[in-house]
Ligand binder design. Structure first.
Ligand code: MOS
Length: 740
């Protein structure tokens, strides 16, 4: 009966969420709590000359005004977590008078009530000596640099000689693609409640990576890590913005320390645009040279992304270009443009989402130049191995994705010529793109134990920002131990639990899932040893591999009567707790043997109003091959979310900066547009069966991010199909289609 892996179980935490029992960071309160509101700089570059806080401090309810003038000097010890830039130094809060970007925290007002703190923050007068920041990608003073971190996707790479071959190629495309800045805009804004007891700090804080927040705050305050606890049981969306610990977390801790009270700090929506990262703006060049039959002969991908001046944020902008298609001559280069802005960060399929937009747009351009069906062009360039590394793919079901997606979409009915399909007065556009995302895996640990009534408790320090970690991990534990899901209680989101990698990069199921599996197997091993070695046990002397674990009971295979429940197991061992901690691992040399990626194909139908040039997405059909799917219901939900993010990227999302000071001018949900139900039409994800014995013990590749990749280029390609107009920048808006 027990095979919860692979079934579409409903979310185990659903009831808690819909009844308001689930507690998000800002829902936590501590006795005697004060409220903190950050004051951000109103200049984009320069320094603070003075702060007038005396008057403010006289007002009733105001507890403290903290800035570089009176803040404690903090240790800011070295700490670079998995997701922190390898080069550069994080912003030090309130340690000097320098302003590096617009909205940088320069002071915090602490008050008895939120209302009072907000009014105080508005009233605080700060004087600046302002200089002109460099914030535009095309600013002549900005100079692109080679990333200092020369690892993996960041390094320049080549095979053959793409530049020489380009000049000789019979068919050529050479184009520039531009993507605007995007912000993550999850529903839940960043929040931290900080409380000190002596030199021990507890943070109830929105985080996708609680053990990293623990390590970071410990380093900032010069404390041993065990003095800091981070608690975050629920996240209302994050998409990468809560992977790092941004300055507001430190501000909350400073405020609590200075006032000797617990402090709650919640960023305003506007402030989340200032200091919690964003998808970097990019400019990219793709040059393709092909044979007349469409086979790629050379491929050049040059990309530049923005970063801050104090840190070097890099993402895998050009990585996929090396393995997506068969091509003998490939060259990629990645540059950074340091600007007077806050540091960008990972956002929804970082790197691939942007890089694949350029590559897949260019492939569509090539298809038209060759008068070849865009899908046929891809089929002709399907590689046998990863030609970038010369490694075989652990699995690559790209063809299956093309076939399934195109069939479900009805691609064979497409008319090739731009502007040739209509629905009444509306122009109809059908476009497609390929998608890919790497299979990431990092060691994670988990703990599994049996408690009094036979419940299996499983714990890991991971997060659930919406993909369904609570549910999928419960499934893994239930399957290994042969118990119903209701008998498992999975807990996450505190730094007290066994450490896990960031809840991002689509690696939670693979990494934490493998850890949960390992912990449950270790617990099973312990139980088996005890039962088979205990003379009073009905399973005494049974070889452990003859034990069967199902229906919540343990028995000798094929012998139904002498079955023990987990509660009885515990009782039989004299009530001694049974607990196992284990780390999920895979053969580390696997990365040298196989190229490991998920693949997908996206087909979209859009309409364009010929008069007002509005683009509407009617249908998105995506087919994804991502290894084993632990829960198809949750996986489909992930895909739908990714598709919506892709539509936002294609048609709406754009953070506009005031060129004078770098101020994000549309830093609120009224003007930063994201898709709503009316904008998205029908979303149809399909999951291709794929068994991959290599990627990790669970055979899971991860599905969270690949479903965003490919949507934006498929839409841009559909816009071309509808209108004959090639738009090479995102987002594509009405004005993009009005320009000549
Ligand atoms: Mo995701 S950008 O890895 O949270």
């Amino acid at each position: 009966m027990n095979a919860p892996i692979g079934t579409g179980e409903k979310r185990v935490e659903a009831r808690d969420k819909v009844t308001g029992q689930a507690q998000y960071a800002a829902d936590f309160n501590q006795p005697g709590q004060a409220y903190a509101v950050i004051v951000g700089s109103t200049i984009g570059f320069g320094h603070i000359t003075s702060i007038d806080s005396n008057e403010l401090l006289q007002l009733p309810g105001i507890v403290a005004v903290i800035s570089h003038e009176n803040a404690p000097r903090l240790a800011y010890g070295p700490h670079k977590g998995f997701i922190d830039p390898a080069v550069g130094e994080r912003l030090h809060v309130f340690q000097d008078d320098a302003v590096r970007f617009f909205g940088q925290p320069v002071a915090v007002v602490v008050a008895d009530t939120l209302d009072c703190a907000e009014r105080g923050a508005l009233a605080l007068r700060i004087h600046y000596a302002a200089q002109q920041p460099v914030v535009a990608m095309h600013d002549a003073r900005a100079e692109a640099v080679v990333p200092q971190a020369q690892s993996g996707g960041q390094a320049d790479r080549f095979r053959g000689d793409a530049d020489v071959e380009l000049a000789r190629a019979p068919v050529r495309i050479d184009a520039q693609y531009v993507i605007t800045r995007e912000n993550h805009t999850p529903i839940e804004v960043h929040a931290t409640v900080a409380q000190w007891k002596g030199d021990r700090l507890t943070l109830w804080s929105k985080s996708q990576y609680v053990v990293n927040e623990q390590a970071e705050l410990a380093a900032v305050f010069g404390l041993p890590a065990e003095n800091v606890r981070v608690i975050c049981p629920f996240i209302g969306g994050a998409f990468g913005t809560s992977l790092r610990s941004w300055p507001h977390v430190t501000v909350a801790a400073i405020a609590a320390k200075q006032t000797q009270r617990p402090v709650k700090l919640v960023l305003s929506r506007r402030q989340t645009f200032h200091m919690t990262g964003h998808r970097p703006r990019t400019t990219q060049r793709i040059a393709l040279g092909a044979m007349p039959d469409g086979r790629l002969h050379c491929l050049i991908h040059e990309g530049t992304g923005e970063t801050s001046r104090h840190e070097e944020f890099t993402e895998a902008l050009t990585s996929a270009t090396h393995y997506m298609y068969a091509c003998p001559n490939v060259r990629t280069a990645y540059r950074l443009l340091p600007l007077d802005v806050g540091t960008p960060t990972y956002m929804r399929a970082p790197g691939e989402a942007s890089g694949i937009f350029a590559l897949e747009s260019a492939m569509d351009e090539l298809a038209y130049q060759l008068s070849l069906d865009p899908l046929e062009l891809r089929l002709r360039n399907e590689p046998k191995i990863d030609e970038g590394t010369n490694l075989p793919f652990s699995s690559r079901s790209m063809i299956e994705c093309y076939e399934l997606g195109s069939k479900r979409f009805g691609w064979s009915q497409r008319k090739f010529a731009p502007g040739s399909m209509r629905d009444g007065r509306l122009l109809l556009g059908w476009g497609m793109a390929s998608a890919t995302y790497p299979v990431f895996f990092a060691p994670a640990s988990a703990c599994a134990r049996i408690v009094g009534d036979g419940t299996i408790e499983v714990e890991a320090a991971t997060s659930d920002m919406g993909p369904g970690t609570y549910t999928s991990m419960t499934q893994v534990a239930a399957e290994v131990l042969g118990v119903p899901m209701t008998q498992v209680r999975f807990r996450l989101g505190t730094s007290d639990y066994p450490p896990t990698p960031p809840h991002g990069g689509s690696m939670t199921m693979a990494s934490v899932g493998s850890a949960v599996r390992a912990a449950c197997l270790a617990l099973q091993d312990q139980i088996a040893k005890r039962l088979t070695a205990n003379r009073s046990s009905p399973l005494f002397g049974v070889p452990p591999d003859e034990l069967e674990w199902s229906d919540g009971r343990i028995r000798r295979r094929g012998q139904g009567d002498a079955a023990l429940s987990y509660r009885e197991v515990l009782a039989k061992s004299g009530g001694k707790p049974m607990e196992a901690v284990a780390t999920g691992s895979r053969d580390p040399s696997i990365v040298e043997k196989y190229s490991m990626h998920a693949f997908g194909a996206v087909f979209v139908e859009i309409t364009v109003d010929p008069d007002v040039r509005t683009v509407s997405v009617r249908r998105v059909v995506g087919a994804y091959a991502a290894g084993r799917i632990v829960n198809p219901r949750l996986a489909r939900s992930q895909c739908i979310g990714g598709m919506v993010g892709g539509i936002g990227m294609a048609l709406m999302e754009s953070t506009s900066l005031d060129p004078r000071d770098g101020r994000p001018v549309n830093a609120h949900m009224a003007d930063y547009l994201v898709p709503v139900n009316l904008d998205i039409g029908t979303l149809e994800p399909h999951l291709v069966d794929e068994e991959d014995p290599y990627v990790n013990p669970l055979g899971v590749k991860g599905i969270g991010e690949i479903a965003l990749v490919g949507v934006a280029p498929a839409i841009a390609n559909a816009v071309f199909h509808a209108t004959g107009k090639r738009v090479r920048h995102l987002p594509i808006r009405i004005e993009s289609l009005l320009e000549e």
